[in-house]
Design a protein around this ligand. Structure first.
Ligand SMILES: NC(=O)c1ccc[n+]([C@@H]2O[C@H](COP(=O)([O-])OP(=O)(O)OC[C@H]3O[C@@H](n4cnc5c(N)ncnc54)[C@H](OP(=O)(O)O)[C@@H]3O)[C@@H](O)[C@H]2O)c1
Length: 272
């Protein structure tokens, strides 16, 4: 019975991982969420409460992570797959480039700090707390959900200049993944990053945009299309989750994936 712990599983890709994994009754599926009561209601509504266990944890709160660790240890004894999915991003910074912050550096600093706290330090907290349970597994796989937005070659080729806090934090996450691999590869723990590509996780909560913002979105879409003419826009969350699980399944230390960041189709250099 392979076990999966999905961190940041309340909505978007995280919740889609729960749904997809729960379709195989041989999986032990565990979600970590900040608002466990709300997500439990969602699971009940979707008929998933008997196949998914939920525990409460904010990745910036070590005590909550440790409490979740204790409960999960009692439930499964070992964690085969740890999916570090929790992420912080805002559309407010997505469309602003560095030339647009000179009078607003406090805001940039605040957003960089929030992004680092969740996207980098949150992953450190999660991996450090859960590592003993991963080490007890015979599978030992840890993936962090990363983004091409944090890849320098992708930025230089596309010229996408916005999303500074998110991109810089995901770039930091990519380095973190390599450092974890350097520390744990010898113990047989696979640690890697996988970019989700483009997944529609808005869940109907799209904010309204001004006409000039819409122009910027169209410009970004054009850059993505030029980067990859086959890019057809965001995919539904469950399709995205299935694809990411396929990449995780195919990856191993033996295949040379440790410390690497790969796309949702397994490439280390092409992202869409
Ligand atoms: N969607 C894409 O196209 C795409 C592309 C590339 C990479 N990714 C990466 O894939 C992951 C999931 O993306 P998504 O689009 O599904 O994101 P999302 O819809 O914004 O969902 C983010 C998830 O992270 C959780 N979270 C945020 N801060 C947290 C914290 N401090 N502690 C615990 N959980 C926290 C959220 O929980 P709450 O409900 O409690 O806020 C939510 O479950 C992210 O790491 C993202 O960077 C996504």
């Amino acid at each position: 019975m392979p076990s999966y712990v999905v961190v940041g599983a309340s909505r978007g890709l995280g919740y889609a991982f729960l749904k997809v994994l729960a379709t195989d009754p041989s999986n032990v599926v565990i979600g970590l969420v900040r608002d466990d009561a709300a997500v439990q209601q969602r699971l009940d509504k979707d008929g998933l409460s008997s196949s998914v266990r939920l525990f409460k944890a904010d990745v910036t709160n070590i005590e909550e992570l440790k409490a979740a660790y204790t409960s999960i240890e009692a439930t499964v004894g070992a964690v085969d797959h740890l999916i570090c999915n929790a992420g912080y991003k805002t559309t407010a910074t997505l469309l602003r480039n560095l030339a647009e912050y000179p009078n607003d550096l406090d805001y940039l600093t605040t957003e960089l700090t929030k992004s680092f706290q969740v996207n980098v330090i949150g992953v450190i907290n999660t991996i450090n707390v859960f590592m003993p349970l991963v080490q007890r597994s015979s599978i030992k796989k840890i993936i962090a959900l990363t983004s091409a937005m944090g890849d320098c070659a992708f930025i230089n080729e596309t010229g996408i200049d916005g999303g500074i806090p998110y991109a810089v934090s995901k770039g930091g996450l990519n380095v973190l993944v390599a450092k974890y691999n350097a520390a744990y590869k010898g113990q047989g723990v696979l640690i890697m990053g996988i970019c989700a590509g483009s997944v529609n996780t808005a869940e109907g909560q799209m904010p309204s945009f001004s006409e000039s913002d819409m122009d910027k979105f169209r410009e970004m879409g054009g850059k993505l299309q030029a980067y990859s003419p086959r890019f057809a826009g965001p995919v539904p969350p469950e399709d995205g989750a299935r694809q990411l699980l396929k990449v995780m399944d195919a990856s191993s230390i033996e295949n040379g994936n440790g410390g690497k960041c790969v796309s949702y189709f397994g490439s280390t250099s092409r992202w869409l």
